[in-house]
Design a protein around this ligand. Structure first.
Ligand SMILES: [Zn+2]
Length: 262
């Protein structure tokens, strides 16, 4: 078994809002990976005293612990309980119903001798390499399916799209959102490896078109997780100079790669 984990801030002046973990519990009968991408709020009130890194550390920590301690509880229920636990650590002064309350995208996978279970919520990616060498991407593409015009203003997103029916869903303070996640189970024998990417790392495929998902998986296996982030940074710097890729919100974004060879 081989695991690799890299998480880097998009800007060294700012805190990394991603979270990444791999847990290999003492039972030795399986493990879990978690990757979160904290959603950077537009400037303005969030209803909360806490920062995005505060939130992702707590939600990610809870998810990791519950994924390996509650092995019979399905991933969506694990996420739901982790959201409840995290919500309880906010204070009296936090308005958790605020649309910009701290929130994150979620990728979680858990393996046992029999099964590989997974969960994806919002726009991070989980790549699954099957034993026949094919690679499939598990994506929750609600955000990318929204018409561009509807993404016009932050206020509009808050009012109609953020954690709203017909919009997109992230893990914030409402545990019922776990039911919106893309989930699945595969026989362990059919899976060779897993690769979780936050969108800052998935740019290798989605923005810069260096290759497809299978190429991305092969690149990480052969060159390593750090090489993927380094290559994305290189492409971002070149892009910032030439400005050939329009529609980019930030030159660099937090980038997280979690690789597991089962
Ligand atoms: Zn709070």
């Amino acid at each position: 078994m081989r695991t690799e984990l890299v998480s880097e801030p998009g800007d060294v002046q700012r805190l990394n809002e991603d979270f990444a973990s791999v847990a290999l519990p003492a039972s030795g009968r399986g493990g879990a990976l978690v990757a979160l991408d904290g959603v950077t709020p537009p400037t303005g009130p969030t209803g909360c005293l806490h920062s995005v890194p505060w939130f992702t550390a707590r939600l990610g920590g809870a998810l990791t612990e519950l994924a390996v301690s509650l092995r019979d509880v399905p991933p969506a229920e694990v996420l739901s309980r982790a959201i409840v636990r995290t919500a309880e650590t906010h204070g009296e002064g936090c308005d958790l119903s605020h649309p910009r309350t701290p929130q994150a995208t979620v990728v979680m996978a858990r393996w046992s001798p029999e099964w590989v279970e997974y969960l994806v919520l919002s726009d991070s990616a989980l790549l699954v390499e099957k034993s026949d060498g094919t690679v499939s991407a598990v994506l929750d593409d609600r955000l990318s399916r929204l018409p561009r015009a509807s993404l016009a203003t932050d206020a509009l997103i808050d009012a109609h799209l953020r954690n709203k029916e017909g919009g997109f869903f992230t893990a914030a303070a409402d545990p019922s959102v776990a039911g919106r996640a893309v989930t699945g189970v595969l026989p362990r024998s059919s899976v060779r490896g897993l690769l979780a990417l936050t969108d800052g790392a998935a740019r290798w495929v989605e923005k810069f078109h260096e290759g497809g998902w299978r190429d991305c998986f092969t690149f990480v296996r052969e060159e390593g997780a750090q090489a993927l982030v380094d290559r994305v940074r290189e492409l971002e710097r070149a892009d910032a100079e030439t400005r050939t890729h329009l529609g980019r919100s930030k030159t660099h974004d937090d980038a997280t790669v979690v690789y597991v060879e089962l």
